[in-house]
Design a protein around this ligand. Structure first.
Ligand SMILES: [Mg+2]
Length: 405
């Protein structure tokens, strides 16, 4: 008999206390248990709306010191005096070890309904997963709960839940558990309709008085009649002759997506590197990089000659493939493997980047993008991405408070 089997077979008692929470219950229970010669194997405590469930797994009293019956009577007496309920179950050994194949499943609801919670839990069970723990990450701006799941590989779990999430109108993110989740990572965001609420080309077009013609080109590109590069050139041509001072106006008009500052501030505090990559223009992304303290930015550059936009872009065009290449370049510069990167985007031209990243998040994206990405967020708050990384609202707010921001 080896050491681990020997340990697995020792008799244990599960002491469960429940009732109204107040300070001193944990201290009181362990003071009571301290009268007996026993060891603590595990402790778990949860408080929900003021009701406490406290579980202590302990060894039985050492032989010749006290009987199990004496321990039971003592704990029940203490619980009664505290107006709490106690349940004591005899058994053997420690908790069963968690099964192989561990993932974190984050469910975001706005609101979160019982039906969707039931459906997600049922799919987890169907693919052979066991829910080991559940806890709430946030109640604002969405309800976010995390399930710690074991017993099934991350990929099949992700596909089973993605289908269910789409059907239920909730967001579900599945990431594999392990140390890598805590390792420093790089987050790279698309800009138009992701980091900001606007499409920058449309802001320029409004100043040039050619919104309609730009919209026509955009529509043609959406119909697949033009590829990204053709449509970029066709739209930028329409801006030719515009005074370069319009750049400052457009910078001032850009509206950040709700939660953008919270997301970036929190990621930076945690030591993440944060970058943006855009099919828009460096004239705007460089400004965002300065204002938001980003580490990386890449986009197309509008050519300016003699104080006027020429209607051309300079350098390599940042298109769908370009975005994925730039993500890889940022990762290399940051010294972060691609598997430790997170990419966030809304458009078809973000798909290569979303797939290349360790975690690709489709943000309020069209169905085609949503279905191809690892996970999707369909609420208009960028800081919900934090919950997918296992960061709680409470942690975000406590850090803000400590910083006075
Ligand atoms: Mg976009």
């Amino acid at each position: 008999m080896n050491d681990s089997t020997a340990r697995a077979e020792f008799p244990t008692l599960l002491v469960k206390i429940f009732g109204k929470d107040r300070p001193g219950i944990t201290a009181g229970l362990f003071d009571t248990l301290a009268e007996f010669d026993l060891d603590v194997v595990d402790i778990e405590q949860v408080v929900t709306r003021g009701r406490l469930v406290l579980c202590a797994l302990v060894t039985v009293p050492a032989e010749g010191t006290a009987t199990e019956g004496e321990l039971r009577a003592t704990v029940h007496r203490w619980a009664e005096s505290m107006k709490l309920q106690a349940e004591i179950l005899s058994g053997v050994g420690d908790n069963r070890p968690r099964a192989e194949g561990r993932s974190h499943v984050t469910v975001l609801g706005h609101p979160l309904t019982s039906e969707s919670t039931a459906a997600i839990a049922a799919r987890i069970a169907e693919v052979g997963g066991n829910i080991d723990r559940i806890f709430r990450l946030a109640k604002y701006p969405v309800t976010a709960v995390e399930f710690a799941v074991s017993g099934v590989a991350t990929e099949p779990l992700r596909s089973a839940l993605a289908a269910e999430a789409a059907k239920r109108g909730v967001d579900v993110a599945v990431v594999s558990a392990g140390l890598h989740r805590r390792a420093q990572r790089l987050v790279v965001m698309d800009v138009d309709s992701t980091l900001i609420q606007d499409e920058v080309i449309e802001l320029f077009a409004a100043h040039a008085g050619c919104e309609d013609r730009v919209a026509e080109v955009t529509a043609a590109a959406m119909r697949g009649e033009l590829d990204f590069e053709q449509s970029l050139h066709a739209r930028v041509t329409l801006l030719g002759g515009l005074d370069a001072s319009v750049v400052d106006k457009v910078r001032a008009e850009v509206r950040l997506t709700p939660g953008a500052r919270t997301l970036i501030r929190t990621l930076k505090r945690l030591g993440y590197l944060v970058g943006v990559v855009s099919g828009g223009f460096t004239q705007v992304t460089d400004d965002l990089k300065d204002r938001l303290g980003l580490d990386f930015a890449a986009a197309n550059t509008l050519e300016v000659v003699d104080g006027k936009l020429t209607g051309r872009v300079i350098g390599e065009v940042v298109d769908r493939a370009g975005k994925a290449r730039i993500l890889a370049r940022f990762a290399q510069e940051a010294g972060v493997p691609l598997s430790q990167t997170v990419a966030i985007g809304d458009g078809a031209n973000d798909l290569d980047m979303l797939n290349a990243a360790g975690l690709g998040v489709a943000f309020n994206a069209k169905p085609v993008v949503r279905e191809a990405a690892h996970t999707a967020v369909n609420v208009p708050f960028l800081d919900t991405v934090l919950y997918l990384l296992g960061i709680t609202r409470e942690e975000v707010e406590a850090a803000d408070l400590a910083d006075g921001s």
